[in-house]
Design a protein around this ligand. Sequence first.
Ligand SMILES: *[C@@H]1O[C@H](CO)[C@@H](O)[C@H](O)[C@H]1NC(C)=O
Ligand SMILES: *[C@@H]1O[C@H](CO)[C@@H](O)[C@H](O)[C@H]1NC(C)=O
Ligand SMILES: *[C@@H]1O[C@H](CO)[C@@H](O)[C@H](O)[C@H]1NC(C)=O
Length: 411
Amino acid sequence: MQPRLCHPGSFQIFAIIFLVALAALPTYAAPPTDQTDQANAGCVGLKGVNPRCRPQETAYHREYFYIGGRYVPDPVLGGNLVVDQLYVEKLIPAAGRVKQPYPLVFFHGGGSAGNVWLQTPDNRKGWASYFLERGYAVYIIDQTSVGRSTQEDLAGYPLRIGATAEIAQIGFTAPELTNPYPQSQLHTQWPGKGTIGDPIFEAFVAQFIPLTSNLTRQELSMRASGCELLSLIGPSYLISHSIGALHPILLSDQCPQLVAGNINVEPTTIPFQSFTGSANSSSGRTPARPWGLTNTRITYDPPANAPTDLKRVNNETDTPALRSCIYQAEPARKLPQIAKVPYVALTGEASPHITYDQCIINYLRQAGVKVDWIKLGEINIHGNGHFLFLEKNNLEIAAVVEKWIKKTRKQ
Ligand SMILES: *[C@@H]1O[C@H](CO)[C@@H](O)[C@H](O)[C@H]1NC(C)=O
Ligand SMILES: *[C@@H]1O[C@H](CO)[C@@H](O)[C@H](O)[C@H]1NC(C)=O
Ligand SMILES: *[C@@H]1O[C@H](CO)[C@@H](O)[C@H](O)[C@H]1NC(C)=O
């Protein structure tokens, strides 16, 4: 028997299926217009993944590129393998043209990837949106060896764990609860409780990914691929967070003519050492960065041919509120390449960094680098921790960065 294409009742069934499908479609009939409406609509944090929730980000066009890299022989499969390439996203404002003369390149910190510059864990606008709205071209990278720039182990990039949820609480989201340093008591800006079980914390801490355990290798590839990126897009402002701030320092040394300004948000811990968080403390130290600021050789004047050429002195002061530092013994060698690039560091009032960022600032100054240091508490921006670009007042701080960019452009 010939199957009937349209038996009685099939239209009704089709109509019901159609209506059910229609009901399931995302609808923006009454789109939430501000943060409060979004919250009422249940769109906060991970709930924003629902198709009915209106994206909070500024509209942009996105393209991606893998920059740099080279072939190495693959001993396992034979043939050639591409290594050291850098994942780059280019975001251009959807509304209107790029209006600002210099692009911004964003460098994430340790244990993060470039996504941190997009929306915040509680689904507000991040820094990328802020600057896109003001007409900047925004570039976001995943540093070589991590995230979407992950490399084969055989290229010398074994991964290691970056941070646990407990380290995130004590160092980033809720230091006030364990009081590892007195300024932690001023911390008020993290959205939500900042502890395990809080939905915003869960959204935040789930972003953590491994770091590379071979920082030498990462620095070499970041120098090569980073300067190649800048040669393709022209002089740019580099905005970096935490240990990611090491790379703009390297690029300032390697290709200073391509760095319009270096903006370190809570910069790479301290010269010659790293503070390592633990479940109970944020103040353990390990030797690190034998070239003072880096693991690979940077340009000193007079030249330093080996790390041992850098004579060190300890600053004896070491309290939970103000950590001791290692500086160069006088006469200190200068950093002539890095000194060519305008530099600013920003430090949150309640972050662990407020206890030790003076180490990197003083080190740079001692080496002849003209440095601006903005302690947010001193300009009446209070209560920020380490991830200040994600905290409640993140856009107020973005405005401080933009003001600095405008100031250096006039010089
Ligand atoms: C780290 O990278 C450097 C530079 O490429 C390399 O010489 C070294 O063997 C690597 N170390 C490890 C443990 O892979
Ligand atoms: C942290 O402190 C608790 C309680 O004092 C202790 O049991 C634990 O071993 C400590 N953990 C570390 C990593 O020091
Ligand atoms: C050591 O620390 C103290 C306290 O912050 C500071 O006054 C002094 O200038 C520091 N010494 C050096 C050599 O930077």
